[in-house]
Design a protein around this ligand. Sequence first.
Ligand SMILES: C[S@@+](CC[C@H](N)C(=O)[O-])C[C@H]1O[C@@H](n2cnc3c(N)ncnc32)[C@H](O)[C@@H]1O
Length: 604
Amino acid sequence: MGRRAKRKQGEPEPLTFLPKSKSYKEDHTGKKRKLEREIDNKKVLELLNDDSTEFSENESANESANESENESENENENEIVSESESESETDSELDIEKKAHILDKEKKKEEELANAELQNNIEQMEKFVLPNTQDDENENENENEDNSDIQIIGRRIQDIVGVLNNFNKLGDKERGRSAYVEQLMKDMAVYYGYSDYLLEKLFHLFSVSEAVEFFEANEISRPVTIRTNTLRARRRDLAQALVNRGVNLEPIGKWTKVGLTVFDSSVPIGATPEYLAGHYILQTASSFLPVMALAPQENEKILDMASAPGGKTTYIAALMKNTGIIFANDSNKERTKGLVSNIYRLGVKNTIVCNYDGRQFPTVIGGFDRVLLDAPCSGTGVISKDPSIKINKLEKDFKLMPHLQKQLILSAIDSVDAKSSTGGYIVYSTCSVTVEENEEVVNYALLKRPNVKLVETDLDFGQDGFTKYRGKVFHPSLKLTKRYYPHVHNMDGFFVSKFKKFSNTFAENKENKDTEKVEKVKKGKIDENNKKNESSGKTNITKKSRPIEDELESLGLDGISEDNENESENLESDDDPSEEGSENELENLESDEEANEENCNLLF
Ligand SMILES: C[S@@+](CC[C@H](N)C(=O)[O-])C[C@H]1O[C@@H](n2cnc3c(N)ncnc32)[C@H](O)[C@@H]1O
């Protein structure tokens, strides 16, 4: 296990020599932050007044917990509030703006001082020589008897970064920049406790300074965030109820009207009456993004292809106001239990839970208006939550996982009806930041399915996806995909892409189609089924006019309803093709490794 999986007492301080990105610094100011939050709770609630439109009118407000006041009273209250809203908002905004200005000034000053100090350090630094021999190491250790190895490595990381930031002046030209970078990666792998393989993979996503920020951010937990379940509550009412229970919170940011950041709480946030009544779900901020990009509409038919434990499914249901129908699928039967319980708790009534291998979906049911594929992934965006990823993910995983992801993405595309009057969209997301699991998978889908194109995610922040990476060149539209990083956005690392399917056939690109057929024959049964459909010029699309009930009956699935106590048992029927779960699925993929290698090279 990594030596720095969790910072312990006596361990060296975080590497603070680099000016931190704005959002990162803002959100990790500890005690000072907490005091500010306590003063501002009233203002937060005032600012939340405009949330009233969020609540689904279809649901009874009587289901609310303690704050279940008469709904019409609430409506009247809202009207009154909205009359005076602009005035009070302006006042509070002005107040907040003033504070923000003061904070901005302080921050600027701090950054200037930090930069000056950094420059000073660089200038005063003697010419740094890379550690060469064991003797050098021993010498260092003797000089700093009090210091542990890890502290020495920490300091060396700082030194090397200093040199690399001013290589002309401080670097040894003969040895070259790459020798320093190599040493830096070795040291960082030890310091942060990563396998050399993963550290290198992640390191190359960033500039040197940014890489250190990324690895540092992975040592710190992200803020706890919750999503208001608008099927059962308004954010403002929820915030008020939680503040009354001693919870210190504020809206996550302007980009979401349903999210709240919880700074601290005198009650367990996963066991409040509001939680048990389904007014909110604990959900990381970046998990909101794929659903926002999907933009589900009321009365649509939507597939959530890899859905357990249901954070995104239940958000989709809320945006659809419990209308239409969602197929929430997951190949892992065990995990569907959590999905079912979230669906019940949050009052979702438009969702069917099913348990197929997502790669089979086009042979099961098709004709979806939208499909979300929140794909299984290596989890390199959530290392702060699961530090075991630092050493557990092997080279093999970064071949097998993209292989599965590529099969799933084609299946997701084939499950959508391009003729949908309201949709025809596919969102592909992962909580990983590696290029193999993101841009390469999307690029592969574009190549294999010329009947789709990438479109804007409509997410108003995030970094653009890579159009080239370490010698590989992707389709220029990859720029439309979005990347999220812990050190930049103070949320889990995430990737979001959105496709529009504009045709149910893909005869346009004959060359690709032929290549694809050959590969499909290689791959066997599932793809044989697809091939039959393709030769008829169609992807697998169930007629949309067919009543949902018939479709469900033919699948042996009934809707989840409160009347049917045995529902989840029924859903775990024995015709599940993927009982063994994702571990074994990946094992099975090994025989296809050759084909995978081939696919990885198919770049635009
Ligand atoms: C990232 S998690 C999904 C999280 C979920 N979307 C949410 O927001 O709560 C990926 C899921 O994919 C499932 N999975 C793995 N292989 C699959 C496959 N071949 N078909 C369908 N689901 C699969 C895993 O069981 C896991 O629950």
